[in-house]
Design a protein around this ligand. Structure first.
Ligand SMILES: Cc1ncc(COP(=O)(O)O)c(C=O)c1O
Length: 294
């Protein structure tokens, strides 16, 4: 929020060009300043180009998008977006909140994986997801970082992160950088989860990321399934309903960890199958090793 608002309020005439599926924190940041904004269809580079063309050449522009979209698991066409940005002299701002820690040789994110770290002007990330602590950051040129640090009221007028949190985050980032094996196990777990779902007629959306989405398309049903998972099977999955997703796109969303074991995956698949397809369709023999999650 602060980074976007600071840019909007301090760069005269800045036009935001934002993906329609951007996270609420991005939308809030853009809304918080009164700049002109244009919204392009999700991951649609043709539409993005149309919007870029519609802004006068001499007006500053900022393309705002995510690397991994949190609710669908879709990955942005980053290279194409950065090429358009160059062509139309726009700045770029990417939210790597769901990429950092999981992708790339040292876990720096999708930009590292795709060799595009130097192609985007501003990267925002969090310390609260794969880093497992609290807080957030931007990475950009020294000039941009210094600028946002000097003018960002949301940053200036609040207590800075406590040393213990910073120390924990530093250690966590070191572990992420050093433990490629954890990332390998993590993606093997994503694959095992999806195989278990396919084997049990649990329909999920295909994507190239680690976020597994089971469409439910009904808010009441979505909550009911989540309640049953918790009360009857001891599994906590948040129902994703409006306004987090548009009406009609309600879903269950699963982000597995590197520490989950096959028995946990089987337990989830078994429980979901039981809830979604009813007792009589469940073959109990398929789940010999599983009873309860640790
Ligand atoms: C895409 C995206 N951006 C930003 C955030 C905000 O992160 P934090 O909760 O650490 O402020 C989230 C959190 O859910 C997110 O999913």
């Amino acid at each position: 929020v602060t980074a976007l608002q600071t840019l909007g309020k301090n760069i005269p005439g800045l036009v935001f060009i934002s993906d329609e599926r951007n996270h609420a924190s991005i939308i809030e940041g853009i809304r918080g300043c009164k700049n002109e904004k244009k919204v392009f269809r999700h991951n649609d580079v043709q539409h993005l180009e149309e919007l870029l063309k519609s802004v006068p050449q001499d007006k500053p522009k900022l393309i705002v998008f995510e690397s991994v979209y949190s609710m669908s698991g879709n990955i942005a066409p980053i290279k194409a977006i950065t090429e358009l940005a160059k062509q139309y002299h726009a700045l770029t701002y990417i939210d790597e909140v769901h990429g950092v820690g999981l992708y790339g040789e040292t876990g720096a994110g999708i930009l590292e994986q795709e060799g595009l770290q130097h192609e985007v002007d501003i990267v925002n990330g969090t310390l609260s997801k794969s880093v497992g602590v609290f807080g957030g950051y931007i990475a950009a040129s020294a000039t941009i970082v210094d600028y946002i640090r000097s003018f960002g009221s949301g940053f200036i007028f609040t207590t800075s992160l406590p040393p213990a949190i910073c120390a924990a985050a530093t250690k966590s980032i070191q572990l992420i950088q050093q433990n490629k094996e954890l990332r390998k196990t993590f993606f093997e777990n994503v694959k095992s989860l999806r195989t278990a779902f396919s084997n049990n007629e649990i329909v999920f959306k295909e994507n190239n990321s680690h976020i597994t989405v089971i469409p439910v398309k009904d808010a009441t049903l979505c909550r009911e399934i989540a309640n049953k998972l918790l009360e009857q099977h001891g599994i906590y999955l948040q129902p994703i309903n409006f306004p987090t997703v548009p009406v009609g796109e309600e879903c269950l969303r699963i982000i597995i960890t590197a520490r989950h074991l096959p028995k946990h995956i089987n337990h989830l698949a078994y429980s979901l199958k039981k809830i979604l397809h009813g007792d009589n369709k469940t073959d109990w023999q398929e789940f010999p090793a599983v009873a309860v999650a640790d």
